[in-house]
Design a protein around this ligand. Structure first.
Ligand SMILES: *Cc1c(COP(=O)(O)O)cnc(C)c1O
Length: 374
């Protein structure tokens, strides 16, 4: 092959290609950053879906393509940098799994010890990541909310810097960078962004990012931000409903049950911001059932080649609902945030699919299957 090598001399280059490109809007200097690339994830257009649903445009922001394969790497990158700046010697967090593996990965890169509290039912691949990264793991015999309280108590007792959602302001500061990337990638802000919600720290960050862009004069408006929860774990959505009716947001605490483990939260740590910020953008909340989440994960994978864990497919399920109800229509350009990889919990998505046939290693066996498919 022959390439025009002279053109390479002016190759576009605008480093860093990570969330640290927005250093001016972050609370910590990039000098303290850990050498793992957080942020700068792809934004994929999906014109076929937009046409099918009668929307102006649809994009997928694939935040599963980060060092530990979830959106949590944004909050973690800034939190660990802050810990380094403050000279803290060890970190901790409670997590349904992804924040834990994220913190474990960044602590490994920073050479700092970390102490992780996960609920009993965290999926095996997420625990595997923790062990691979060398974290000290406490599997708590209880739900996420128990792990959260124990992490808090242990961090106070032993002086660890706690990354848990709702406690450490650095988490939302990191999370907001996804909105900067959407704005930079599109050259403007879309009409709507849809994101899965458990504790509320991700959706709070998404909203804050867009509000800051407007504050900085870089965007003239904010998109409507829609939070998605599972029907069986909808404490934030219910709190939003109360807020809209002029009732108090707190206490937001209810039983939580869904196959989407990353958003299976009964006592959301960031509920106040998750409710008030979404209201500020003119957005709202949607709840979707477990079967809808499962179908969404499969459709995203089969139609777009993006394998999301069930929680991360929630925005797709919600989009179908928002279009059906007429909340979003032909005026709207919509970004779906995919927050975590399907490899984090493959069992949930594939458990009831047929096993591939086992065949002898010869061509005639292949021919038989091909002919049956034809
Ligand atoms: C953490 C997470 C969410 C939700 O984030 P919260 O801050 O808990 O609301 C959604 N999807 C995935 C895959 C996550 O890891």
């Amino acid at each position: 092959m022959l390439y025009d090598y002279t053109r390479l001399r002016s190759f576009p280059k605008k480093e860093p290609f990570s969330l640290w490109r927005y250093e001016g809007l972050l609370p910590v200097s990039a000098d303290y950053s850990v050498p793992l690339r957080a942020g700068w994830t792809p934004l994929y257009p999906w014109p076929h879906l937009a046409e099918e649903l009668g929307l102006r445009a649809v994009w997928i922001k694939d935040d599963s393509l980060q060092p530990t394969a979830s959106c949590k790497d944004r909050g973690t990158a800034v939190t660990v940098a802050a810990a380094k700046k403050l000279g803290r010697g060890a970190l901790s967090c409670a997590s349904t799994g992804n924040a834990a593996s994220s913190l474990a990965g960044f602590c490994a890169a920073a050479g700092l010890p970390c102490f992780i509290f996960v609920p009993k039912h965290a999926p095996a691949p997420k625990i595997a990541q923790l062990l691979a990264f060398g974290a000290t793991v406490f599997r708590v015999d209880g739900a996420y909310d128990h792990a959260f309280s124990l992490a808090l108590a242990a961090s106070q007792e032993f002086g660890w810097y706690n990354r848990s959602d709702g406690l450490n302001p650095m988490v939302v500061e990191g999370n907001k960078t996804v909105s900067f990337e959407i704005w930079e990638g599109l050259g403007e802000v879309p009409e709507a962004v849809v994101v899965a919600v458990g504790d509320g720290a991700v959706v709070a960050g998404v909203c804050q990012g867009f509000l800051e862009l407007r504050e900085a004069g870089l965007a003239s408006r904010v998109p409507r931000v829609f939070g998605v929860q599972a029907v069986g774990a909808a404490a934030v959505a219910h709190a939003f409903g109360r807020y809209q009716r002029g009732e108090p947001i707190l206490p937001a605490e209810e039983p939580a049950q869904t196959l989407a483990d990353s958003i299976c939260v009964g006592k959301p740590a960031d509920v106040v911001r998750a409710v008030k910020y979404v209201a500020k953008t003119g957005g709202g909340y949607v709840t979707v059932s477990d079967p809808e989440l499962l179908a969404a994960a499969r459709e995203l994978a089969r139609r777009r080649g993006v394998f999301a864990e069930p929680s991360a497919a929630a925005p797709y399920a919600a989009l179908l609902r928002l279009v059906k109800e007429g909340v979003l229509n032909a005026k709207d350009r919509v970004v779906l945030l995919v927050t975590g990889s399907g490899l984090k919990d493959p069992q949930s998505v594939t458990h009831d699919l047929p096993e591939p046939p086992l065949i002898p290693p010869d061509l005639s066996a292949v021919r038989k299957v091909v002919e049956r498919c034809a």
